[in-house]
Ligand binder design. Sequence first.
Ligand SMILES: O=P(O)(O)O[C@@H]1C[C@H](O)[C@@H](CO)O1
Ligand SMILES: Nc1nc2[nH]cnc2c(=O)[nH]1
Length: 407
Amino acid sequence: MTGYNSNGDVATSNGNHNNSNSNGTNGNSNGHSKPVEYTAQELHTKQLPKVGNFKMCSRDCCSKQGGANNKAGNSCLDKKGGGGHKEELVVPTPQSLLDNNNRIQCSLSPEEVRALRVLNEDTYPYEVIQEIADFIVKRAGIRPKIGIICGSGLGSLADIIQDAKVFEYEKIPNFPVSTVEGHAGKLVVGTLEGANVMAMQGRFHFYEGYPLAKCSMPVRVMKLCGVEYLFATNAAGGINPKFNVGDIMLMHDHVNMLGFAGNSPLQGPNDPRFGPRFPALVNSYNRDLINKAIEIGKTMGIESNIHVGVYSCLGGPTYETIAELKALRMMGVDAVGMSTVHEVITARHCDMKVFAFSLITNKCPIEYSDKKDEEANHEEVMAVAKNRQKACCELVSRLICEIQKGS
Ligand SMILES: O=P(O)(O)O[C@@H]1C[C@H](O)[C@@H](CO)O1
Ligand SMILES: Nc1nc2[nH]cnc2c(=O)[nH]1
């Protein structure tokens, strides 16, 4: 189980379950095999053994032996030979964790309980975010000024960072894990064009099962690390008929479809140390940076591939129906995706300057058709992103260079 000591070092997170025996169990004295220990992150991911390997230990079975309260150690598991479940990893049922007074038998340390609580809460307390930021800054040895979130297939934006210190999400205490192809799950801290930067190679999406506050929690980590500018990038479908595959749309506004449905990364109690209860979102996208990016596009000779437009985030993971795409177009949306908006809201809430762009990876159809090749798919999204990574990297680094010149 993950815990971390006062130095902020991860105590146990190497994925080795040293306490386990060859069955993957580590029997304890109350008659139940204590399951192999997992880090908080592992509990949340696919790394757990298949359920097929488990044998559930029922209350009936164990109550004959004294149940979870049986301190004598003579449960079904401990029987040598006949009758016991010894051959298989046994996971206690919820009922079997209760003692005779229906109280939960719990042998977790306070750190383990805290890690599990953080894992299960929708929002992160300020103190936990501060701890994550301290963990990163201490190990990176620098305070980043610019935060970059790499969109699907755009992880190479982080590969151009110099003197990079790389943190796997799984090794950062209380950090979620990336589950989507094209999102490596690494935080890269270093320098770019002389600026201290940190980049997320992999973001968190609502459709992965994370609540929005968790999806955008790293933006708050960035803030507490010292980040002033957020660069958010994404792969998106082009709804504006003038957009072509491979074009770049600089975001100047968004339509928050998840917000229309009553979902916000700022839901829940507001912590004024981050920002106000009711933040305004007009002028969320920094005009100065948009204008600079347009100028950079001209000098790169790609002005005809650069647009300024409105992005909308849907929950995903499905791509849109024709009726949805028509509705979005009527609302003034130019490009549609499954991310970024909640990150921008979180960044504006804590007063970061925001620059964001969409790489148009597919043209969204607006007429019904039987043509399979007009349907969006993630392989195409990734392939287009790979093709355009050079232009995206150049745009980002030249814009950072401009920021550096002005500071
Ligand atoms: O993380 P982004 O928004 O770049 O990824 C987009 C949206 C989905 O995650 C995926 C669909 O292909 O690409
Ligand atoms: N929602 C959505 N996300 C995308 N990401 C890349 N392309 C698309 C798309 O067409 N729709």
